[in-house]
Design a protein around this ligand. Structure first.
Ligand SMILES: *[C@@H]1O[C@H](CO)[C@@H](O)[C@H](O)[C@H]1NC(C)=O
Ligand SMILES: *[C@@H]1O[C@H](CO)[C@@H](O)[C@H](O)[C@H]1NC(C)=O
Ligand SMILES: *[C@@H]1O[C@H](CO)[C@@H](O)[C@H](O)[C@H]1NC(C)=O
Ligand SMILES: *[C@@H]1O[C@H](CO)[C@@H](O)[C@H](O)[C@H]1NC(C)=O
Ligand SMILES: *[C@@H]1O[C@H](CO)[C@@H](O)[C@H](O)[C@H]1NC(C)=O
Ligand SMILES: *[C@@H]1O[C@H](CO)[C@@H](O)[C@H](O)[C@H]1NC(C)=O
Ligand SMILES: *[C@@H]1O[C@H](CO)[C@@H](O)[C@H](O)[C@H]1NC(C)=O
Ligand SMILES: *[C@@H]1O[C@H](CO)[C@@H](O)[C@H](O)[C@H]1NC(C)=O
Ligand SMILES: *[C@@H]1O[C@H](CO)[C@@H](O)[C@H](O)[C@H]1NC(C)=O
Length: 615
C-alpha cells in the first residue's frame, strides 16, 4: 500500500509534464495568433513563461514574464506597466503592422512594442534566458526585444548600458510598490561611460553609487562578495557606449538583480534546497551608503557617533544645522589654500600639501587622466589649483577631483586611499599641537597608556582565544546546514606536501583572494588548492558561503570540490585538478571565477574587452 502511493506520487509529476508538453509546448506567437488572459507561452526549455498575471494584493492584470520552474512566483518583466487591465479581457497579439500589442476588451491598445517601420508578418518568441524577441518572419531581423526594455530586473545575459547617446542607455526602473508595477521613484544603471559606476537614482538624483569599476570590482563596494557563480562583463563598443552585462554559470543557477520599490539593488540566487531566493547582497547597505549623507567634504563612518564628520581641515558650513544632525549643507574649508591666496597678496606662503586618507569610498565626480603615472598624478593635481584631491587606483589609473567632494565614506575593511589638498597651515597646526602638550600631561599619558597597553594585550589574547573557538563552531554549524558532513577536511601538512610547500612553480594563478596551486596527494590524485591569503577581505562567512555554493553546484561540467582545510589562520579549498587538456580549461574557468583571474579566460566573443568576476 505504502509502496503503491509512493509510486503514484512519483508518477504524478511525470504525467503532468507530459500533459503540459502536449497542451502548451509553444514558445512563439505568430501574426494570426493571440493569447488571452488564461493562456500563456513557455520558453523551449520551460524556464520562463509569458502571460497575464496580477501582483499580490491587486486585481489589476498585466502581461509579464516570470520564472516557470520555481515555486515562488517571480516576475522579471512587465509590458503594460502604466496601463493595467481592470478585468480578464486582455489579449496579446501581433497587430497588422507587425507590432506586439496588448489590447483590452474594447480592442484599445494598452501597450505596444512601438516599432515604427511596419512589416507584414512577424512573430514573437520567448527564449530560455527570459528574452521576448519580435522578428520579421521572412528575414529573421530582430524588430524589438524585451531585454532592450528592462523593467526592474536584470537576469543573466541581460545588459544595462550607458552611452553618450541618451536613447542608447538601458536602465532599470523600480515598481511603485510590490502590488503596483507602474514606474516608481527609482531607476538604476551605469554611468558615466569613462569610469563606469553603478548608480541608483531617486527621481533622477543620485541615491546610491558603487564607486568606480577597476576592471574587477567596484571599488566603493569592498563587501560585495556574491560568490563565484556571478560575473560581470563590461563591453566597450568604442562608440561611446559601455554595456554592463551579467553572466555567470547561468544554466546551473538562476540569479537576478532587482531594483526594488524602495530603491534597493538586491542580488539574489535561487536556492533549490530552500526553494526560495537567497539574498547575496543588497545596496545601499547602510545609512553611510546612501548618496551624500554627510554633504560636501563630509565623511561618513558608521562606527563614529554621529556618523558624519567634516574632513580634516574642514568645518561645518552651518554649525547649528550640523549639530542638529542635518548634514546636507556639508562642510567648508577652514584655511584657504595657498594657491588661492597667491593671487591677492604677494605673501609667499608655504606650498599646499596632501593629506592621505585610507579605507575610503572615493567621492563622486572623479575625472580620469589618461596615461599618467603615480608621481605625475600628484604633480598634476598640485599644479592645478582647482584640483582638490587625487588618487591612483590599480585597474583605473589617475583620478582627480575638483569642486566639492561628495559621497565619501570611511570603511572598516577594504576601501581605497585618497589624497586631499590642504593648506600647509593645517599640517603645521597639528605639528604645533603635538609639541605644546605639557610635560606633566605627557608623563601621565605614558603611565595610563602603558597600563592600558598591558590590559589591552591581555584582553586581545583572551579575545583571540574566544574568537578562534567560535569560528570553529560557526564553521561546523554552517557545514551541517548545507549537509557537508562528508566533505573531507584536509590537513595543512598534507597540502603543503602535495604542493611542495606551496612552491611558486606549482602556482596556477593569483587572484584577489589568494593564489591557486596545483598539487598531488600521496595517493596520486591531482588537486588544485585555493589558498586564501590572510589579509584577503574574505572572512569566514564568505568562505563558508563559497563552500556551500560549490557543493550545491556539483555538476559534470565543473571541477569537484574535494574538501577544505581550516587551520589557524589558513583557509583553503581543494578542488579536483584535471590534467586532461579540454578539462583543463574548465578548471581554469573555475579557478578564474574564484580568483578574479578572469581577463581573457571567459570571453565568449571578441567584443569582450574585459571580464571580471565579482568576488
Ligand atoms: C481563452 O481562450 C481559450 C481557448 O481559446 C478559451 O477556452 C478561454 O475561455 C479563453 N479565456 C478567456 C478569459 O477568454
Ligand atoms: C524546467 O522544468 C523542465 C521540465 O520539468 C526541465 O526539463 C528543465 O530542465 C527545467 N529547467 C530549469 C532551468 O530548471
Ligand atoms: C498583501 O496584503 C497583506 C494583508 O494586508 C499584507 O500582509 C501583505 O504584506 C501584502 N503583500 C504585499 C506584497 O503588499
Ligand atoms: C509609443 O510611441 C508613442 C509616440 O512615439 C509614445 O507616446 C508611447 O508612449 C510609446 N509607447 C510605448 C509603450 O513605448
Ligand atoms: C503572413 O502570414 C499569413 C498567415 O500565416 C500567410 O497567409 C501570408 O501569406 C503571410 N504573408 C506574407 C507576406 O508572408
Ligand atoms: C560603431 O559605429 C559605427 C558607425 O556608426 C558602426 O559601423 C559600428 O558597427 C559600431 N561599432 C560597434 C561595435 O557597434
Ligand atoms: C536641512 O538643511 C537644509 C538646508 O538648510 C534644509 O533645506 C532642509 O530642510 C533641512 N532638513 C531637515 C530635515 O531639517
Ligand atoms: C586669480 O587671478 C586671475 C587673474 O588675475 C583671476 O582670473 C582668478 O579668478 C583669480 N583666482 C582667484 C582664486 O582669486
Ligand atoms: C585644472 O583642473 C580643472 C578641473 O579638472 C580643469 O578644467 C582645468 O582645465 C585644469 N587646468 C589646467 C591648466 O590643467
Amino acid at each position: 500500500m505504502g509502496l503503491l502511493s509512493k509510486t503514484n506520487l512519483l508518477l504524478l509529476p511525470v504525467l503532468c509534464c507530459f500533459c503540459l508538453n502536449l497542451t502548451v509546448a509553444i514558445d512563439t506567437i505568430r501574426s494570426s495568433q493571440s493569447i488571452n488572459d488564461s493562456e500563456y507561452i513557455i520558453s523551449k526549455g520551460s524556464v520562463f513563461k509569458l502571460g497575464f498575471f496580477s501582483p499580490e494584493n491587486s486585481t489589476n492584470r498585466y502581461l509579464g514574464i516570470w520564472y516557470n520552474n520555481i515555486s515562488v512566483f517571480t516576475v522579471i518583466w512587465v509590458a503594460n506597466r502604466e496601463k493595467p487591465l481592470k478585468d480578464s479581457s486582455g489579449v496579446l497579439t501581433i497587430s497588422e503592422d507587425g507590432n506586439l500589442v496588448v489590447l483590452n476588451g474594447q480592442a484599445e491598445i494598452l501597450w505596444s512594442s512601438n516599432v515604427s517601420n511596419s512589416v507584414t508578418n512577424s512573430s514573437a518568441t520567448l527564449g530560455d534566458f527570459g528574452n521576448l524577441v519580435l522578428r520579421v518572419d521572412t528575414t529573421g531581423l530582430v524588430l524589438w526585444e524585451s531585454f532592450q526594455h528592462p523593467s526592474d530586473t536584470i537576469v543573466s545575459r541581460m545588459k544595462l548600458s550607458t552611452s553618450s547617446k541618451k536613447d542608447q542607455r538601458l536602465q532599470l526602473t523600480s515598481w511603485k510598490s510590490p502590488s503596483d508595477p507602474s514606474i516608481g521613484s527609482f531607476s538604476s544603471g551605469i554611468d558615466p561611460p569613462t569610469i563606469p559606476e553603478a548608480f541608483v537614482w531617486k527621481e533622477g538624483r543620485p541615491y546610491w553609487r558603487s564607486g568606480p569599476w577597476n576592471g574587477q570590482v567596484f571599488i566603493g563596494m569592498p563587501n560585495w562578495n556574491p560568490g563565484y557563480y556571478t560575473g560581470f562583463t563590461f563591453i566597450d563598443d568604442t562608440n561611446g557606449t559601455v554595456f554592463e552585462t551579467f553572466t555567470g554559470l547561468d544554466m546551473l543557477h538562476l540569479s537576478k538583480i532587482v531594483l526594488d520599490w524602495q530603491g534597493n539593488v538586491v542580488h539574489t540566487y535561487w536556492d533549490d534546497g530552500k526553494e526560495d531566493w537567497e539574498v547575496v547582497h543588497k545596496n545601499p547597505e547602510d545609512e553611510c551608503d546612501v548618496y551624500g549623507t554627510c554633504g560636501a567634504f563630509g565623511s561618513c563612518d558608521l562606527l563614529s557617533s554621529p556618523i558624519c564628520r567634516c574632513l580634516r581641515g574642514f568645518e561645518p558650513k552651518i554649525i547649528k544645522e550640523w549639530n542638529r544632525g542635518n548634514w546636507t549643507s556639508g562642510c567648508v574649508r577652514r584655511t584657504p589654500l595657498q594657491c588661492e591666496r597667491m593671487n591677492n597678496s604677494i605673501e609667499e606662503g608655504k606650498a599646499d600639501g596632501f593629506l592621505k586618507l585610507e579605507m575610503i569610498k572615493v567621492p563622486d565626480f572623479a575625472e580620469l587622466a589618461l596615461d599618467v603615472n603615480i608621481e605625475d598624478c600628484r604633480k598634476q593635481c598640485l599644479e592645478n589649483c582647482s584640483c582638490v584631491a587625487y588618487g591612483y587606483y590599480t585597474g583605473i589609473g589617475c583620478l582627480s577631483w575638483s569642486g566639492n567632494l561628495i559621497d565619501l565614506r570611511h570603511f572598516t575593511v577594504g576601501g581605497s586611499d585618497i589624497y586631499i589638498r590642504l593648506a600647509n597651515l593645517e599640517f603645521e597646526e597639528e605639528r604645533n599641537s603635538r609639541v605644546i602638550i605639557p610635560i606633566t600631561v605627557t608623563i601621565g599619558v605614558i603611565a595610563i597608556a602603558s597600563t592600558a597597553f598591558f590590559f589591552w594585550r591581555w584582553m586581545a589574547k583572551k579575545k583571540r582565544a574566544m574568537k578562534s573557538k567560535s569560528n570553529e563552531s560557526l564553521l561546523f554549524d554552517s557545514l551541517n546546514d548545507v549537509k557537508l558532513q562528508d566533505l573531507p577536511i584536509f590537513d595543512l601538512e598534507e597540502l603543503a606536501k602535495a604542493t611542495n610547500n606551496f612552491d611558486m612553480a606549482n602556482k596556477l594563478g593569483q587572484g584577489g583572494f589568494g593564489p591557486v596551486y596545483r598539487g598531488k596527494l600521496h595517493n596520486g590524485q591531482e588537486i588544485a588548492v585555493k589558498r586564501l591569503c590572510r589579509a584577503s577581505g574574505q572572512g569566514l562567512e564568505e568562505f563558508l558561503n563559497e563552500v556551500a555554493l560549490i557543493t550545491k553546484l556539483q555538476h559534470r561540467n565543473l571541477v569537484r570540490l574535494l574538501g577544505c582545510c581550516i587551520e589557524g589562520e589558513e583557509k583553503m579549498l581543494i578542488y579536483e585538478y584535471m590534467p586532461n587538456k579540454s578539462l583543463d580549461a574548465i578548471v581554469f574557468v573555475v579557478i578564474c571565477l574564484l580568483n578574479m583571474q578572469c581577463e581573457g579566460c571567459f570571453q565568449r566573443n571578441q567584443m569582450s574587452l574585459a571580464l571580471a568576476c565579482y568576488y
